[in-house]
Design a protein around this ligand. Structure first.
Ligand code: NDP
Length: 288
């Protein structure tokens, strides 16, 4: 028989995870602050625990899918004794330092801690399209792995318990900046009556053609010399100036683009105008 698992938190994501784990044949205990949300799970054969302590005591591996870091700590700290010797898989979205802090707390109480990041929406859980990253205790990963693989493609990102969260936040940052690009283009084109849908279609085509360029940027950064003779900082400064002027001429703010120009200007001012523009990454390092 498969082992016993616990899921704390039955929101949209916790429910999807609980359904999938139950469907994969595990004995499942669930707990949720609003008890009514456990009903579909008990109907499907899970046990509902009346308290976090009872839920924590029931499973060998305890999944935590709560709102945020504060909620996780508020509910786990009082049940440290029940969690001792078990594996805790915290799938709640947290920052890298929050993940590290919870890992340090777990280590103090003899709890094997895995910090997870979910690169998926609830509907994707249990399909190969769901990618879940884990970091922290590698032996805990080995123990929990069959259950983790029931949730989607599982990847151990490293022993630093913050690294799965970090990768999550880095990928979300890339998405955020890219999607702002759509907004900028839509704002510019709607000044001449083009619908957002039409502009989004154009942007999608253009970005699809440009995506491979990301690997070239990476090669330049990894090379570390910024002298490949590709697009230079000065060349880019001229280009960005045109984008900013064009936006403003249409009555559209260029504040996202201006942030880019500030960094390029800093590079030029420090004597790097002729460098490959990906040297901009150095301007992102905050001096310690
Ligand atoms: P929901 O808002 O649907 O659910 C939140 C859960 O947290 C509920 O179980 C809720 O309980 C519980 N909760 C909130 N505050 C408290 C509290 N003070 N005490 C106890 N329980 C509390 O969120 P999701 O399920 O979507 O998200 C859960 C985690 O998963 C988040 O960290 C989110 O970032 C992450 N995630 C979600 C994704 C998604 O697409 N949904 C994608 C990737 C990660 P109650 O039912 O009683 O309100």
């Amino acid at each position: 028989p498969k082992g016993s698992l616990t899921v704390l938190g039955l929101g949209a994501m916790g429910s999807a995870i609980a359904h999938r784990l139950r469907g994969a044949g595990y004995a499942l205990t669930v707990w949720n602050r609003t008890a009514a949300k456990a009903e579909p799970h008990t109907a499907a054969g899970a046990q509902a625990a009346p308290t976090v302590a009872a839920a924590a005591a029931a499973g060998d591996v305890v999944f935590v899918v709560l709102l945020d870091h504060a909620t996780v700590r508020e509910h786990l700290e009082p049940v440290a004794a029940e969690l001792k010797g078990k594996v805790v898989v915290n799938l709640t979205t947290t920052t890298p330092n929050q993940s590290r802090a919870t890992a340090a707390w777990a280590a103090e109480y003899g709890i094997a801690y895995l910090d997870g990041a979910i690169m998926a929406v609830p509907d994707m859980i249990g399909t190969p399209d769901a990618r879940l990253l884990y970091a922290g205790d590698e032996s805990a990963y080995a123990i929990a792995r069959p259950a983790l693989e029931a949730l989607g493609a599982a990847e151990f990102a490293g022993a630093d318990p913050g690294v799965a969260s970090l990768k999550d936040m880095a990928l979300l940052s890339a998405m955020d900046l890219m999607l702002l690009g759509y907004v900028q283009a839509i704002a510019m084109m709607r000044t001449v009556g083009t619908t957002a849908a039409d502009t989004a279609g154009e942007v999608e085509m253009w970005l699809a053609a440009m995506l491979p360029y990301g690997r070239e940027i990476a090669a330049i950064v990894d090379g570390g010399t910024y002298d490949t003779g590709g697009q230079s900082v000065d060349f880019d400064r001229a280009g960005i100036a045109s984008l900013i002027t064009a936006s403003r001429e249409q009555g559209v703010s260029a504040r996202f683009l201006e942030a880019h120009r500030v960094l390029l200007d800093e590079l030029a001012a420090s004597g790097h105008g002729a460098s490959d523009w990906p040297r901009i990454i150095d301007r992102l390092t905050i001096p310690s």
